[in-house]
Ligand binder design. Structure first.
Ligand SMILES: [Zn+2]
Length: 240
């Protein structure tokens, strides 16, 4: 199955997700790439990223241009990263390997924990000062001996282990500044990146619909059946 978005799907998704919180937008995108009926909210973050990278590649291509500033010399930096560089090697599409809960020993407790899922992100208000703590706490499935409040040392150890339990949950790119040779890694939010592209595409498309409907009197559904190349031709003709 190719998870490429059609323009009609893209517009519908944008309309549904417009103004929603980023995790809800990420799940809308993942649902468009997942097999029908797949409960994407229960997928781990690495599974979600794998779907989003497939969708990005099929819909907009494999190169992701990024702009950032060097944290050392402040020079602006433009780089292009590919979907393959962001993928866990060999991870394409569904399904990912099932990740069983793991255990860790910290602060005198044995803690059983699971990978973070889309549902966890949906459940936590990112603006809350307790967001990180709440999110990490949701991964805990058991503590021996039981603890009412998990000490910070346990949560911080857990935070470090999550990346090992679910490789690909964080997408990072290694960067080198061409001006001062400083090297660092930057996190790339695949869902946020892709949603911004969907938003930009939807807005351009609606402007085209508006312009063509005004000149030719065609309906929205008629215009959406016209290929992008033909739409461009008609729009250029209206400017003559
Ligand atoms: Zn630099």
């Amino acid at each position: 199955m190719r998870p490429e978005l059609t323009e009609t799907q893209l517009l519908g998704m944008w309309e549904t997700g417009h103004g929603q919180a980023p995790p809800a937008q990420a799940l809308l995108l993942a649902a468009a790439a997942a097999p029908p009926g797949e409960a994407v909210a229960d997928l781990t973050l690495a599974d979600l990223n794998a779907l989003l990278l497939d969708l990005r590649e099929e819909s907009f291509g494999a190169a992701l241009p990024c702009a950032t500033d060097c944290p050392d010399c402040d020079e602006p930096l433009e780089v292009s990263v590919t979907t393959d560089e962001l993928r866990v090697p060999g991870r394409r599409g569904m399904p990912g390997p099932v990740r069983e809960p793991a255990t860790l020993l910290a602060g005198g407790h044995e803690v059983t924990y699971r990978a973070l899922t889309g549902r966890d992100l949906l459940a936590v208000d990112p603006a809350s000062p307790e967001a990180r703590r709440t999110l990490l706490g949701r991964c805990v499935v058991g503590v021996e001996p039981a603890a009412e409040v998990l000490p910070d040392v346990i949560l911080e150890t857990l935070a470090q282990r999550l990346a090992d339990l679910d490789p690909g949950a964080d997408t990072v790119l290694p960067l080198t500044c061409p001006h001062c040779r400083h090297t660092w890694t930057a996190a790339l939010d695949v869902a946020g990146y892709l949603w911004a592209e969907v938003e930009g595409y939807a807005r351009r498309l609606l402007h085209e619909v508006h312009a063509l409907a005004r000149v030719y009197g065609w309906s929205e559904s008629d215009i959406l059946t016209v290929s992008p190349a033909r739409r461009r031709f008609y729009l250029e003709a209206t400017a003559e």
